[in-house]
Write a protein that binds this ligand. Sequence first.
Ligand code: HEC
Length: 129
Amino acid sequence: MMFIKIALSLMLSLGMFLGIQEDTLTDPQNDNGLVIDAKVKPIIDAKCIGCHSADSKNEKAKEKLIWANLPTLEKKAAASLLDEMVEVLEKGEMPPKKFLERYPDKKLTEKESKSLRKWADKTANKMMK
Ligand code: HEC
């Protein structure tokens, strides 16, 4: 009985640990401290990651931004990419218009865009400290 209790609590804490890892997408090997908030992660997963991930087929998108690599960038590079992100979101340029014509449900709502911009701005400032 005791053994089962210990095994269960071990499994639970491992699950929590893995959950946290997934949420923050940080690379422990080269970590600039950038954290992808749990609040914005679902937005990114739904509307950005399809093109901006390591296994995306969109080479142009990958050249500019791979979300999982953000925490491994030099702080200055991360900050300038995040500043650019605020800019393209303000202009409504991401996801790209052509893509939205085919997949209108991928458009960011005003609320989502605002959350992402707020996070990117806050995180860019953190990187510059
Ligand atoms: C359909 C594919 C696609 C999706 C979805 C997409 N992007 Fe992009 N993104 C691109 C491409 C392609 C580029 C490169 C554009 C270029 O070089 O002109 C790009 C470039 C960028 C850049 C760099 C801008 C620059 O001018 O350097 C940022 C930042 C960015 N995307 C953020 C986002 C965010 C945030 C989302 C989700 C809200 C998103 N993207 C969703 C395809 C996509």
